[in-house]
Design a protein around this ligand. Structure first.
Ligand SMILES: *Cc1c(COP(=O)(O)O)cnc(C)c1O
Length: 474
């Protein structure tokens, strides 16, 4: 952790430091020798919250407490001085850290790092957009060279509408940082061609919302690293239950935890998960050695996009059953997609799980239900799962799509996804409205596209609602 140079460590502070170092060594051992050996579900259920923690510190509460407290008190000035110099783990003030967000962060760090040989850490944020901002800003700083130095980054054009706006308007238009859009992320030459000496990072979303864009993470990570650049991935749609980019070489993962990670829909939440010792062409060693802790304790301390402890526990509670939910929701979506594909009023069903999808094969290389090989019901074999986001176009143009949409009876009309309840939207008039016609064209969003996120209802009932809505299209 970055510590101010001029801190004088008193003997009293040293006692706290020694005590906490012993605690950290014990925690690291626990992670290495116990938690890292657990299966995904066990990590999701328990994270780092132990019986011992509960009994010693939290009156035996079996669920992680919600620490609705703005700040932490210290025993004496030595403890305060050590804490505020970041010489000991502390949560000092809830904008910086909090015990409830701590447990969520560790759970997500361990889940995204499941199957990865190295170490991962995480920083929670107030939303998915805040997570993206948190992940990209440190790479866009001016170096000592010049305040006018040109800076650029590469990003997939098929991305979430909010991401498009953050990059295109806030960064490019307002601050002159060039965003080089990748139109076909499956084409490695396009990525390679757009990198130059002023590039700071590569950014990809997979699968993309709503276009089901995908790319070869391992190959793009390899290319990025050959240029000393980090690869940042948004895998909100997949969640770590289906895809963990850090295991394939990516440096940072951003999650809109609002979505499938908080399936219940109880609020807005974001996560940044990074591997330790990531790759960057910038001379900032603290950032490179432990990116998530760096952003948590320094830039985010100063910008303040932190997560509320109440939300942290809401999200954590949903994450415990992530794997089985992603399995069920993916299976339901597959049934719905197969049904829609045969419907005469539907064209262009986009779901990576459909064998005729142009990126099916690529997605199948990466999207697996974690630990399915240990599930007796899958006969010891790994199974592919593709998540619960899909889209399709209603034949006959924008008006027909709106007619169908208005006919839906139980599927909710909302700009949301990742829910246990089925939700549909028309991206051109909602999530991708603000980027205009040309931006939508770049992202591949036709006006008659309906985005559907299939929930946990029985697939027959979801199909029933779609059927009646399609049959009444005027
Ligand atoms: C929703 C979403 C975001 C933004 O997350 P919020 O939590 O709404 O701020 C980012 N990326 C993807 C893929 C999303 O679906």
């Amino acid at each position: 952790m970055a510590t101010p140079q001029d801190v004088v460590v008193t003997p009293g502070m040293q006692q706290y430091i020694d005590h906490n170092n012993a605690y950290l060594a014990k925690r690291d051992r626990y992670i290495r020798e116990v938690v890292k050996k657990w299966k995904f579900d066990t990590i999701a259920v328990h994270g780092l919250y132990t019986v011992e923690d509960a009994i010693e510190d939290y009156q035996g509460a079996i669920i992680e407490p919600i620490f609705m407290s703005s700040s932490q008190a210290y025993r004496d000035s030595d403890e305060m001085a050590a804490a505020l110099a970041y010489l000991i783990p502390t949560w000092c003030y809830s904008r910086i850290a909090n015990p409830s967000t701590y447990y969520l962060e560790w759970t997500l760090a361990l889940l995204e790092g499941y199957g990865f040989g190295g170490e991962t850490t995480a920083c929670s944020t107030s939303s998915g957009m805040a997570a993206i901002m948190t992940a990209v800003q440190p790479f866009l700083v001016h170096t000592h060279k010049s305040v006018h130095e040109p800076r650029n980054f590469l990003a997939v054009a098929q991305c979430y509408g909010g991401t498009f706006q953050q990059f295109n308007v806030r960064l490019a238009e307002e601050r002159g940082i060039e965003c080089r859009w990748i139109e076909d992320p499956t084409n490695l030459d396009e990525w390679a061609r757009k990198i130059d000496e002023n590039t700071r990072f590569l950014y990809g979303e997979l699968p993309s919302n709503p276009g089901q864009g995908f790319f070869d993470v391992a190959k793009v990570a390899e290319l990025a690293h050959a240029h000393k650049l980090p690869l940042i991935c948004d895998t909100t749609v997949a969640t770590p239950a289906l895809l963990r980019p850090i295991c394939h070489g990516a440096d940072i993962v951003v999650q809109s935890a609002t979505k499938s990670l908080t399936t219940s829909g109880f609020g807005v939440c974001g996560m940044v998960i990074a591997r330790k010792n990531l790759v960057s062409n910038l001379p900032n060693d603290a950032m490179k050695s432990d990116f998530a802790s760096y952003v948590k304790y320094l830039p985010n301390r100063d910008f303040g996009p932190n997560l509320h402890p109440m939300q942290a526990i809401m999200t954590l509670n949903d994450v415990r059953t992530l794997r089985s939910k992603m399995d069920l929701l993916s299976q339901n979506t597959m049934k719905v997609a197969q049904w829609l594909e045969k419907h005469p009023r539907v064209e262009q069903v986009e779901y990576l799980g459909l064998p005729n999808h142009p990126r099916h094969e690529l997605a199948s290389k990466y999207m697996w239900l974690v630990d399915s090989e240990h599930d007796a019901c899958y006969g010891g074999k790994r199974v592919n799962r593709y998540g619960h986001l899909m889209s399709f176009c209603v034949k006959g143009g924008a008006d027909k799509a709106r007619s169908f949409f208005d006919n839906l009876q139980r599927i909710w009309r909302a700009t949301d996804l990742g829910r246990i309840k089925s939700v549909a939207t028309i991206p051109a008039i909602s999530t991708h409205q603000q980027q205009g016609e040309s931006g939508r064209k770049l992202a591949g969003i036709p006006p008659n596209m309906v985005r559907l996120c299939v929930g946990g209802e029985h697939a027959d009932d979801t199909i029933g609602d779609l059927d009646q809505a399609l049959s009444r299209v005027k």
